[in-house]
Design a protein around this ligand. Structure first.
Ligand code: G1P
Length: 295
């Protein structure tokens, strides 16, 4: 059966970003740059590359800069025109989702990722959709979501697909973790999902990596979901409930992920993305080599 196209993606961006204080005191953590693009721009690029037409941001107080970022900046554009900076102007336009292709709703209380996704239910409606966590960057020419959509083309119409990757066993307690069943095309059947398990209780060392394709039936379950790990309404727990009636598949994607919710992941992502840039890479590599040799 052919699957319906995935047209909408939810970006939960309500978190306070306390791990990056004081940088995030007056600025959303999603606006922290990896090289010269804010985190949120990197993940919106990935979504658009995967064919997403409508980006739904679940925001909170202090996040209005994100809305401004995905709008035209008239004064800036006029100045760029006056200065003849055509390339900068073109790239700013290219970064913008199409007019009408963004929506913003608020998560009024910080009740967890599951609650944030539920807040987007009216904007998503009754179609399958993607969830992209902006903390996680996946460095790959096609991004991660496009790989998931490809892999899901052979799966049944009501399949849910989750990106997973191996993490050291001593880190599984930081993630959602899946149990591995039989291979199905490029993916595998998921047998279990547990949010932030102790190493001893983890069904594998495959962690959920912040990219999901979900069926809209998740919303009713999220609406009823009790608080789980950390006292928060967890998306993983509602997925466990949905797995009783719909299949879940895991995809080990290609590319490297960076957890930009942690300082070390964020710094490493800046180095990795910088090294990949033709205009910066060679010089950055030389600088890093010099620095490391001096230690
Ligand atoms: C969330 C999810 C978790 C997933 C992780 C990926 O956790 O609940 O299942 O593995 O993102 O980054 P959080 O990082 O919000 O605690």
């Amino acid at each position: 059966m052919t699957r319906p196209r995935i047209r909408k993606a939810i970006f939960p961006v309500a978190g306070l970003g306390t791990r990056f204080l004081p940088a995030t005191k007056a600025m959303p953590k999603e606006m922290l740059p990896v090289v010269d693009r804010p985190l949120i721009q990197h993940v919106v690029d990935e979504a658009r590359q995967a064919g997403i037409e409508h980006c739904i941001f679940v925001t909170g107080r202090n996040k209005s800069v994100i809305e401004d970022h995905f709008d035209r900046q008239f004064e800036l554009e006029v100045t760029l025109v006056e200065r003849g900076k055509k390339a900068d102007l073109a790239s700013l336009s290219q970064d913008l989702p199409e007019a009408g292709g963004t929506s913003f709703t608020r998560q009024q209380s910080p009740l967890g990722l599951g609650h944030a996704v539920w807040c987007a239910r009216e904007l998503v409606g009754g179609e399958p959709f993607a969830v992209i966590l902006p903390d996680v960057l996946v460095q790959h020419p096609r991004g991660c979501l496009a790989q998931m959509i490809d892999a899901s083309s052979d799966l049944d119409a009501k399949a849910n697909v989750i990106a997973v990757e191996e993490v050291p066993m001593e880190r599984v307690h930081m993630y959602g973790v899946v149990g591995v069943g039989k291979p199905v095309g490029k993916a595998f059947a998921i047998t279990q999902m547990v949010e932030k398990p102790k190493a001893a209780d983890a069904p594998s060392n495959l962690s959920i990596t912040g990219r999901y394709i979900l069926q809209p039936e998740i919303f009713d379950l999220l609406g009823k979901q009790a608080a789980g790990a950390g006292g928060e309404i967890q998306l993983t727990d509602a997925m466990v409930a949905l797995a009783k009636t719909q299949p879940f598949y895991g995809l080990k994607f290609e590319g490297r992920s960076y957890d930009c919710g942690s300082k070390i992941g964020f710094l490493t992502a800046n180095v990795a993305y910088g090294l990949e840039r033709p205009d910066l890479g060679p010089e950055l590599r030389a600088e890093l080599t010099r620095m490391l040799a001096a230690k």
